[in-house]
Write a protein that binds this ligand. Structure first.
Ligand code: NAI
Length: 289
């Protein structure tokens, strides 16, 4: 698949993983829009990308639907059709589930899940309308597949966006739009700074103490993959039409164990009913195809 001259839109594209993906797509010859809530991140990312006329930076809060449509209009005005959407903007809270406030849930779900929904509703009709094919990638997380403790809000939101890609993939594949869930392990980024963009009306957090304790617990960033490494991994996943774009061999055992546990839980001692399978397939066929 030749990406040269096509256009990508990367949310949260001005830092960390999004910037790494933007770099890789730019390197593949694409026009790239980085959309981000932080102007300082946008300014430094434009300098780092050094892509001249092939880069557009737009200020966007992914939770703002009107802004999202305006951003899409601005991209189409500059580059014409949008081909690749990367729903990557994300924030996190970490700590015991019982300490979570409604505001903790609303903020993280609003950006990570709501922002992805806004990306899909804004961009999918545009991508289908031009008929040149496209790709939607959602940055989920390895924690969506191999749950770790203390990340209930974050990981369940990442599982939701993974599921969106799994559901949309068979629906859209034959119409030339490929969907991928990108599930990385730890990556060098500024996500620890995410609270700086937390809206005042959602400031009430149950994790102030947990955050302080974690901040004094040491920095392990040097052990993580770089944004360039994961950016290349996403480019490879796009070029290979991969549904699951995964990283980090350290998680292989966890991924396998989860798959095996689910396989073992299916009621294989009961006979399959072929009529049930056919009905199911018929009910969920897309009338648009
Ligand atoms: P980052 O903080 O370096 O980059 C995220 C960017 O998103 C920032 O520039 C931030 O300003 C922007 N952003 C935050 N809220 C936004 C909003 N409402 N609207 C628009 N932009 C917004 O963090 P990182 O780590 O690169 O995160 C990118 C994605 O990768 C997130 O979805 C995160 O959950 C996911 N992820 C990160 C991992 C890691 O180890 N860093 C591992 C697995 C997934």
């Amino acid at each position: 698949q030749n990406l040269t001259g096509k256009t990508a839109f990367v949310t949260g594209g001005a830092s960390g993983i999004g910037l790494g993906i933007a770099k890789a797509l730019l390197g593949a010859g694409m026009n790239v829009t980085i959309a981000d809530i932080r102007q300082d991140h946008l300014d430094s990312a434009v300098a780092e990308l050094d892509g001249g006329d092939h880069v557009l930076a737009v200020r966007l809060d992914v939770t703002d639907r009107a802004q999202f449509a305006q951003a899409a209009d601005a991209v189409e005005a500059k580059f014409d059709n949008i081909h690749i959407l990367v729903n990557n903007a994300g924030v996190a809270v970490v700590g015991p589930t019982e300490l979570a406030t409604f505001a903790d849930w609303d903020w993280v779900m609003g950006v990570n899940v709501g922002g992805t929904i806004n990306g899909i509703v804004t961009m999918l009709p545009r991508i289908l309308a031009h008929g040149e094919g496209g790709h939607i990638v959602c940055t989920a997380s390895m924690s969506a597949l191999v749950p770790v403790g203390m990340t209930t809000i974050y990981s369940s939101g990442k599982a939701a966006v993974t599921s969106m890609m799994e559901c949309m993939r068979p629906e859209l594949e034959s119409r030339g739009v490929i969907c991928s869930a990108f599930c990385p392990g730890a990556v060098q980024s500024n996500i620890a700074d995410a609270a700086k963009t937390r809206p005042a009306e959602l400031a009430d957090t149950g994790y102030a103490e947990a955050d302080k304790r974690r901040a004094s617990g040491g920095n392990f960033m040097h052990l993580y993959q770089t944004k360039e490494e994961v950016g290349q991994r996403v480019l490879e996943g796009i070029l290979n039409d991969e549904l699951y774009i995964l990283t980090h061999a350290e998680f292989l055992t966890g991924v396998k164990e989860r798959g095996e546990a689910m396989t073992a839980a299916v009621q294989t001692h009961l006979p399959e009913n072929p009529e049930y399978k056919e009905t199911f397939a018929m009910l969920f066929r897309n009338p648009a195809i």
